[in-house]
Structures are given as structure tokens and as C-alpha cells.
Design a protein around this ligand. Structure first.
Ligand code: NAP
Length: 248
């Protein structure tokens, strides 16, 4: 028996990177998957790949989590196509890195709108149906820098720190309906997001990781799988750090 047979999961930013690894782990364990990204073609291809490999029902949809109308449409189409999710993963995120004195207002807004407001809008869009279902898991993908801060990432650090606070607020709001809300905070993960880092920065980051290596997307997905499953049934409002010891 697979862990998530008969369950439905919705994953934002599920077309590649960490989001895809999370969707892949959930699908491997039998969950139906709705995933979204701003790029439709890649979202559809990711969903088709999971359906083909794991024999689960999937939906790959276009949605920009920074836009309320897109979030509502993603929730409505997910519920109509697969059913009400048991597991919701707010993973979509972007960076627009530079020092505060050089940062444009639009780079601040884009990162806050996607990484923080996006999680609020998506959770709001699914909340009525999930609360009615009385049970489930919401997992928000934050970051180590949401706890430590990072020079050159004022927007991203603020958004990821805010996401941890949002996680705790939603944990308190949804607890009476049996919904656990937690955050997973990765450290340095090899994905498209970090692929353009200069060699010098990469070396400096790797030197700061006690376990001596970058995370893979699968390392992060394993923690999400734990929270989504039986093991997560009495954990709520927490931040699970998956960072190789980068921040303790
Ligand atoms: P990634 O490789 O850049 O993938 C990001 C995913 O999010 C893609 O599927 C992307 O698809 C989607 N996306 C971006 N903006 C979106 C929007 N407005 N609406 C819907 N989907 C959107 O990033 P990643 O490294 O896997 O990161 C995933 C999450 O982990 C992010 O929240 C990130 O902040 C967090 N994280 C990453 C690291 C790391 O080292 N990589 C560390 C800590 C935390 P489209 O481009 O088609 O929209």
C-alpha cells in the first residue's frame, strides 16, 4: 500500500526544481497531483510525466501565484478535476537579488508578491474547501535566509521570514479543523534558482555547510513527505530546517 493512495496534492511551482521533486515523491506514493507554474508548457509536461510514470491522475496548469484571480482559478480547476486537496504545498518562489541601495521597488514587490503574498492567496483560495474537509496538511517552502537574513537578499529574506510567520498564523487558524501547517526551510539546493551563482559564491556557501555538500531537491522533498504523512500528524506551526547544518 502506498502512503498517499487516494489522496490529492496541490503543488505551486511544481514544474521543476524543488516543487517538481515534491510532486514526484507524492505521486510515487500514489497521490493525485495538481501543479502550477507561470509557464504552461513545462507544467503540462511535468504533470504528464508523473501521470505516465506513477499511474496517478495529474493536472498541469498555468497560474501566477502573485495574482489572486490565477490562484482562485487554480484552486477551482484542481477541485473540479481531482477533488479537494489533502496536501497543499506553497513552493513557488523567485529571487531578484541585489543590495538595498540598488534594489528597485519593482524587484522588492515581485519577490514579496510571489513568495509571500502568493502563499497567502493560494491558501485562501483552497481554504474553504480544505477546512470543510476537516483534515489536511499545508507546507510552505521558506528558506534558511528567512531566519538568518542575507546581505543582497533583503526582499527574499523578508518574504521568507514573513512566510514563517504566516505559517504560524495559519497553523493557529486551521488547527481546530485538523489541518497542520508547517514550513520547510531549505539551505542551499542545486536547482535553476542557484545555477547562475558565481563559482566564488558557490565555494563560500559550500564551506559554510557542515555536511559539506549542497542539498538535492530530493533532500527537501523527503522532509515534505514526512510532514505530509503520518509522522506529521501532531506537528504544526513549525519550521523544519533542511540545510546540512548551515543554520542551527
Ligand atoms: P526554481 O528551480 O527556480 O523553480 C521555481 C518553480 O516555481 C518553477 O516551477 C517556476 O515555474 C515556479 N514559479 C516561479 N514563479 C511563479 C509564480 N509567480 N507562480 C507560479 N509558479 C511560479 O526554484 P527552486 O530552487 O526549485 O525553489 C523552489 C522553492 O524553494 C522557492 O520558494 C525557493 O525560494 C525555495 N528555496 C530554494 C532554495 C535553493 O537553494 N534553490 C533554497 C531555499 C529555498 P515558472 O518559471 O514556469 O513559473
Amino acid at each position: 500500500m502506498k502512503l498517499f493512495e487516494g489522496k490529492i496534492s496541490a503543488v505551486t511551482g511544481g514544474s521543476r526544481g524543488i516543487g517538481f521533486a515534491i510532486a514526484e515523491k507524492l505521486a510515487e506514493q500514489g497521490s493525485g497531483i495538481a501543479l502550477c507554474a507561470t509557464g504552461l508548457e513545462r507544467a503540462e509536461a511535468a504533470a504528464a510525466d508523473l501521470a505516465q510514470r506513477f499511474g496517478v491522475k495529474t493536472l498541469g496548469l498555468q497560474a501566477d501565484v502573485a495574482r489572486a484571480a490565477d490562484c482562485e482559478a487554480f484552486a477551482a480547476n484542481t477541485i473540479a478535476g481531482l477533488g479537494v486537496p489533502d496536501i497543499l504545498v506553497n513552493n513557488a518562489g523567485i529571487t531578484r537579488d541585489t543590495l538595498t541601495m540598488r534594489m528597485s521597488e519593482s524587484d522588492w514587490d515581485a519577490v514579496l508578491d510571489t513568495n509571500l503574498k502568493g502563499a497567502f492567496l493560494i491558501t485562501k483560495a483552497f481554504s474553504k474547501a480544505m477546512l470543510k474537509k476537516r483534515g489536511g496538511r499545508i507546507i510552505n517552502i521558506s528558506s534558511v535566509v528567512g531566519q538568518t537574513g542575507n546581505a543582497g537578499q533583503p526582499n527574499y529574506s523578508a518574504a521568507k521570514g514573513g512566510l514563517i510567520a504566516l505559517t504560524k498564523a495559519h497553523a493557529r487558524e486551521f488547527a481546530s479543523r485538523g489541518i497542520c501547517v508547517n514550513s520547510v526551510a531549505p539551505g542551499f539546493v542545486e536547482t535553476d534558482m542557484t545555477a547562475q551563482f558565481a563559482e566564488e559564491l558557490r565555494t563560500r556557501i559550500l564551506e559554510s555547510i557542515p555536511l559539506g555538500r549542497a542539498a538535492t531537491s530530493r533532500d527537501i522533498a523527503q522532509a515534505v513527505l514526512f510532514l505530509a504523512g503520518e509522522g506529521g500528524s501532531y506537528i504544526t506551526g513549525q519550521v523544519i530546517n533542511v540545510n546540512g547544518g548551515m543554520f542551527m
